[in-house]
Each structure stands twice: as structure tokens, then as C-alpha cells.
Design a protein around this ligand. Structure first.
Ligand code: MF3
Ligand code: CO
Length: 250
């Protein structure tokens, strides 16, 4: 399947889809506090998405049972919200959310600290976010896709963290997952050339320990194999003639 190029009209719809998602993320971030369940976060996010007149794109996607992926501590992604999972001071929580506006998908993720966390945990969250920005600097028309992957890898390497290899970023548009796949680690080839009108969900997932991940028995929740903490940061990005536009920033 080819990488879709969005028309000016489609780009406007992508911009609006992503702008609304940024609002949802902002409100979820502000609500996070110790004592809250991961179910509460999903209920809040789901309600906001619908109040904005949009549809949660994760709900029932391949059978995923919620609207927001809520992944705590060693959970990398796709944590299933639960009334029994209560956030504690010192935890980290990754919120991955997406919505559909007039047929156009947006997708973004953030990892937040619950109350105060240790400095080395803060650093994992910060480096994960910074690695996205290192990658997105290369998201220029005329560059190649894997320039993004290589920049993320090079940014993270000095910290000794494990870059998750089993899950990758993706194109996005009228579907949540479009071509191309976007690895977050060094590639030997250059990949397809980037062109204006491509919309990409770039999403480094970084483990404090080793890169290996496992799937839990619920067949969704991805956890680090060594039990180390994991952080995630994702935005939907538009390739332009000039600087990339990060569409899901608040
Ligand atoms: N945000 C995820 C991604 O980038 C999608 C969540 S999977 C779902 O692929 F099943 F929960 F939707
Ligand atoms: Co994504």
C-alpha cells in the first residue's frame, strides 16, 4: 500500500481532528492525581471526545475494549483501563488517545508523572519526549523516512535506554494505521522519500532497561520483559514544504 498524500482540504480536517485531540490530552493531564483509577481516565477521555462531537478511534479497534490506552509503570502501551488499577504517588502513566473528526483520525500519546517521581524517572519521561523532537527535526520533504528513525535512535543511545523495536509509528489519515511503518531505531536503508501532504504518527516508546517487551495474558497490555519503567510520546505530524507541523500539540 502506498503512502497517502493529503489534499489541502484533507489537511484542514486533519488539523482540526488533531487540535481537538490536543484538548482531550490537556484535560486528561490536568485530571491526573494519586487515587484515581485508570478507568476514571478512560471515562474522562471518552466523554470529552464525544462532547467534542468526535468518535474514539481506539474503541473496538481489533477488539480493544476502551477509548484511551492507559499504561502504568512497566506497561509500555495498550494498557486496558480498570476500576481496580489505582494510580499511586510516584507512578508514571502513559495515556495514548485518538479520535475521528469528519472521517479523519488523530493519534497522540503522553507519559505523565503521578505526583512527585524520582529524578531518574523524570529523566526517562523527558528523554522520550525529546527523542520525538529530535526525530521530527528530520521530518522534512526531501529527507527519507528513516532519517527520523535514525535521529530518534541517536538521541536516545547516550542514555543507555532500551528503544522498543516490536512496536512502531505509522502513517495516519482516513485510517488510524496507514503506511508507512516508522521504526524508532536505527535502520540500514533510507526508506521512502518524505513528501508534503504526508501525515505521520511518530511515537518513540523507551524503556529504562532493556528493549524487550512481552504481551500480557489479556493479549493487549505490552510490558517490559525486565520489569523496568517505560515511557511513550507521540504526535501526529504533517510534512510540509518547510518545517513539519506538529498537529497534536496543545
Ligand atoms: N495509538 C496506538 C497506535 O499508535 C493505537 C492504540 S491500539 C488500540 O497504534 F487498539 F487501542 F487502538
Ligand atoms: Co500511534
Amino acid at each position: 500500500m502506498a503512502i497517502t498524500i493529503k489534499s489541502e482540504r484533507e489537511i484542514e480536517l486533519m488539523r482540526e481532528s488533531c487540535r481537538l485531540l490536543a484538548i482531550v490530552h490537556k484535560e486528561m493531564e490536568e485530571a491526573i492525581r494519586p487515587g484515581m483509577s485508570t478507568w476514571d481516565i478512560d471515562a474522562l477521555g471518552d466523554g470529552l471526545i464525544r462532547k467534542l462531537g468526535c468518535v474514539p478511534n481506539f474503541k473496538n479497534y481489533n477488539g480493544y475494549p476502551a477509548s484511551i490506552c492507559v499504561s502504568v509503570n512497566d506497561e509500555v502501551v495498550h494498557g486496558i483501563p480498570s476500576r481496580k488499577r489505582i494510580l499511586q504517588e510516584g507512578d508514571i502513566v502513559s495515556l495514548d488517545a485518538g479520535l475521528i473528526y469528519k472521517g479523519y483520525h488523530s493519534d497522540a500519546a503522553r507519559t505523565h508523572a503521578v505526583g512527585d517521581v524520582d529524578p531518574e524517572v523524570r529523566r526517562l519521561i523527558d528523554v522520550t519526549r525529546e527523542s520525538f523532537f529530535a526525530g521530527v527535526k528530520m521530518a522534512l520533504a526531501g529527507n527519507h523516512l528513516y532519517d527520523i528513525s535514525n535521529a530518534i535512535d541517536a538521541y536516545v543511545k547516550p542514555y543507555g535506554y532500551g528503544i522498543v523495536r516490536d512496536l512502531v509509528g505509522h502513517g495516519i489519515g482516513t485510517k488510524l494505521h496507514e503506511d508507512p511503518q516508522i521504526p524508532n531505531f536505527k535502520q540500514l536503508m533510507r526508506g521512502p522519500k518524505l513528501r508534503p501532504g504526508m501525515t505521520l504518527a511518530i511515537e518513540p516508546m523507551i524503556n529504562m532497561g532493556r528493549a524487550d517487551v512481552e504481551w500480557m495474558d489479556d493479549d493487549w497490555t505490552v510490558v517490559t520483559a525486565d520489569g523496568s519503567l517505560s515511557a511513550h510520546y507521540e504526535n501526529t505530524v504533517l510534512i510540509t514544504q518547510g518545517e513539519p507541523e506538529i498537529l497534536t500539540l496543545y
